[in-house]
Structures are given as C-alpha cells and as structure tokens.
Design a protein around this ligand. Structure first.
Ligand code: SF4
Ligand code: FE
Length: 482
C-alpha cells in the first residue's frame, strides 16, 4: 500500500491536461485551489497507515490475499459492506468534505458483478479482463475515478436521438487493437486526483443506443482526456493564502468536466462493448453502491454538529433549552442517516460473481433521506450560528492594526474565548453550508449518485406492494389474492 506522501508523489508524476480559469494548470498538486482536494484523498492513505483504523481501512484481497486499502476492495461479505459505511463516516469526519475516492471503489464493485453477468450470457471474457485490472489497481493502491454522468443534452431524447451525438459518450471507431471513444463526463468528483478513470454508461440503453453501451478504464493522463475544473462558491478564498476565511483550512473536494476527445482504449481495458441490455444493471448497481457511500455526509454532519455546539457555547447560548433541543434534532437527523447506510449494508446479498451488493431499496431510501436531512441540519446550524457567519470581516481585517482591535473587541462572545476562535468556527459553518464544502454537503447530497427523482423511481420499482396489499386484506378477513 502507498503512504499519503507516496500518493502525492504519484499524482505529481501524472501528465494531466487540466484547465481552470481559462488556463492550463501545469502543476495541479500545488495549485492552491486544487491542493486541499488532493489532501482529502491523501487522508484515505494516511488513515490506512494508522493502527487504530486498520480494521476499517484495510481489507484482505480476495484475489491475492494481500492487505489492501478498502477503497480497492471487492466486498466479500456483509461485514465488508458495513465497514465500508463506517469508513465513509470516519473519513467525512476527518476531512469535513468529499474525499472523492468512493466513486472508484463503487465502480470496481459494480463492474465485478456486471462483467461476470455479461460473460454468462454472451460467453465473453470481460470478467477475466476485469480481474486482471483489479489486481493491478489493488497491487498499486490506485485511486480510480468512477465516471458515469453524461451531459445528456435534451433529456426527452435517447442517446441516439440527440442532435449532437456526443451528448452521451460513445464508440466512434472499432479497431483491431481497441476502440476509439468520444464524449464527456460531467461533475467528475476527484478527477484530477485520480490515477485511473473508469467510464460507464449513465442510463439503461436500447439496441439503437448500443454504441453508447461502453465501459472501460484508462490511466487518467491518457492522450485526449481533458479536465476542466468546476467552480465552487468562495473558491478564490483559497488564493488568499493560509487564511482562516477558507473555513476548512486543510481539505476540500473538486469536480471537473472531463472531455474524451477521440480517445483510444485498448481491448484489455474494455469491460462492456455494445451489450446494451446490461447498461441498466451496471447503472443501478453503481448507483446503489454510491448511494450507500453517502455515509460520508454523516461524517461531515458530525463536524457541522460539533461546530454548531461550539459556537453556541462561544456565544454563551450553550445552555439555552431551545439550542439544546436543536442540537438534539441535528443529531437525530444525522444518526437517522447513519441507520440508513448501515441498514442497506446489513441487508445486502451475494451476487453470482461472489461480490456482495447492498440492499437496493434501502440504499435508495438512504440516499433519498440524504437529499433532505443535511439541508435541515444546515438550516439549524445557521439558526444557532447567527448572522455573523456571513457578515464577519476578513482575517486581514482581524490582523490589521487599525481594525483588528475593534474586531477583537466587538466580535468577542464569551469572555474566555478569543474572538479569533469564534470566527474560525463560524467560518467552518459558513464553509459547509454556503462555501466550497457546501458543494459536497448540500448540492451533492441532492444530486450526487442521482437526483431525488431517480431514487423515487427505484423505490417504486423495488418495493413489494403486493405483499403490503395482501397483509391489509388478511387483517380484515379478506382472502389473499394476487
Ligand atoms: Fe465519496 Fe461522499 Fe465524495 Fe461521493 S460525495 S465521492 S461518497 S466522499
Ligand atoms: Fe458523490
């Protein structure tokens, strides 16, 4: 396994084509806007080095028996699935943001199921190919970016009906040695902190869409892959140096638009090629795994609740009964989310390839709660924090002799707490509910791993209504009827 420092060096060696603010970023690792996100991924390595987290962070490979980082593991039991949920919460709490590495873990696990199933039907050999690739990922302890979301163009049209055929990533050429693909993947979490990119279709496909039913992996710096960094609210505060105005002064996340400009993929990296009838299955399994992964929001919730409790105390309001009650409500909501990600793991099941998959219904219910509860937790945090969170002067003003004395005097809360400490905590609440980390804690809770409606469709499809109808009829003395 790599150490956090080795991970950083390995990313430094990549020759990624990254653009931000209209310019090429030659050195993403040291770029002040990108670096905190690299540090968040590095945490997935650092925690694996620590004895106290060994049980959660380290697994033993079912292929080689070697110790591997759980982010590269294929779940072999319900216990593995439960540990995955715990790992998400732990890292969310340690970083206070999106630590990005789950998308690759979820893609690997979804592929381990679907490549096997395709082979059963088509007598292909995708599973063997995939296993070889997996061994490479595990042995080198790599970060994979799982890329699913296409730009989608006109939502009322199928991929092959779009006026621009590139609105969904597709095969443009079939060669002896591989294929050429074109298109883009949007909102790619952790894209420029990844060694590899795993591309999957974004929706179920029909035969007419078969050129869009393609899955493959590539090194992230393959020729023709272009990364255009997404903006985040308050991102340029990171250009102000080590300022506490960043809120979270250590970590962050990032998303990028990833363009595939006629990119060549060798056959050994292709895991689905026009088997359109398996696109839906792959999407559903990946989505279910990633909906479970939103255990991360519980960890970020821990940070936000801690910050809210602190600011209540610093304001001298920690003992007010309505404040106490609001903190209870925040914890109730956050632990309810935790119940969801533990439940879908505990009720998982073994698939034909041997991989354990979460309970799809419960994973979707969990993610549906995630589209709501963090907003309520955030609302309560802002309620308790007070308006100062968004009207406070900058750190420069705190440090400047002309203004610093006034800020220290008038932004003082409880006498024993320096104004600066109070300001730091307020900035953290601002960061998670309005700033760069709000991307991960709020909007991503809404739209990441599929927007709310996607989960409602899955809930209606997977819930057993027949059983419920029967139960009701039985209790009123009506005979069971199908
Ligand atoms: Fe992982 Fe959460 Fe970020 Fe998704 S949003 S990659 S689950 S940390
Ligand atoms: Fe996500």
């Amino acid at each position: 396994m790599m150490t956090a420092a080795q991970y950083e060096e390995s990313i430094r060696k990549l020759n990624l084509q990254v653009y931000m603010f209209g310019k090429r970023v030659e050195n993403p690792v040291d770029n002040p806007i990108i670096r905190p996100s690299m540090q968040a991924v590095a945490k997935t390595y650092e925690l694996a080095e620590r004895r106290e987290h060994e049980d959660i962070m380290i697994a033993s490979s079912h292929l080689t028996g070697k110790k591997i980082n759980r982010f590269t593991h294929i779940h072999q039991s319900l216990e593995d699935l439960i540990k995955k949920s715990k790992m998400g919460r732990l890292l969310g709490r340690e970083t206070g943001c999106c630590f990005q590495r789950c998308v690759g873990m979820d893609a690997l696990n979804a592929l381990s199921i679907t490549t096997f199933n395709i082979d059963q039907k088509h007598k292909t050999s995708y599973y063997n190919r995939f296993v070889k690739y997996l061994e490479y990922v595990q042995n080198n302890d790599l970060v994979c970016d799982g890329a699913m979301t296409d730009p989608k163009g006109d939502r009322s049209l199928a991929p092959h009906q779009q006026s621009d055929p590139d609105m969904y990533l597709h095969i443009v050429e079939e060669r002896k040695d591989g294929i050429v693909v074109r298109g883009a993947k949007a909102h790619q979490t952790g894209a420029v902190n990844s060694h590899e990119i795993i591309v999957m279709p974004t929706i179920a496909m029909s035969e007419q869409d078969k050129d869009y039913a393609v899955t493959f992996s590539l090194p992230s710096d393959t020729r023709g892959i272009v990364y255009i960094m997404g903006r985040q609210s308050c991102d340029t505060r990171k250009l102000e140096g080590e300022t506490m105005d960043r809120g979270n002064v250590l970590f962050g996340g990032h998303e990028a638009l990833v363009v595939f400009d006629n990119v060549f993929v060798p056959w050994e990296r292709v895991f689905m090629f026009r088997e359109y009838e398996f696109a839906g299955e792959l999407v559903e399994n990946f989505a279910s795994y990633h909906r479970q992964s939103y255990a991360c929001k519980v960890g970020v919730g821990d940070v936000l609740i801690g910050a809210t409790q602190l600011i209540a105390e610093y304001n001298g309001a920690g003992k007010a009964s309505h404040v106490k009650d609001k903190i209870i409500e925040m914890n109730h909501l956050n632990e309810t989310l935790y119940c969801g990600c533990i439940a879908c793991a505990s009720e998982g099941s073994r698939k034909p390839s041997g991989t354990f998959l979460v309970n799809t219904l419960l994973a979707n219910v969990h993610k549906q709660n995630i589209t709501r509860f963090p907003y309520e937790i955030g609302r309560l945090a802002q309620d308790i924090a007070g308006g100062l969170m968004v009207t406070m002067p900058s750190e420069q003003d705190l440090k400047a002799p002309e203004t610093g004395k006034w800020i220290k005097k008038y932004l003082q809360g409880r006498a024993d707490i320096p104004a600066e400490e109070r300001m730091r905590i307020l900035r953290l609440i601002e960061n998670i509910t309005l700033g760069t980390a709000a991307v991960g804690y709020l909007t991503e809770s809404m739209h990441g791993a599929g927007s709310p409606q996607a989960q409602r469709i899955m809930i209606s499809r997977t819930v057993n209504m027949k059983e419920k109808r029967k139960a009701a009829r039985k209790l009123v003395g009506l005979e069971e009827k199908d």
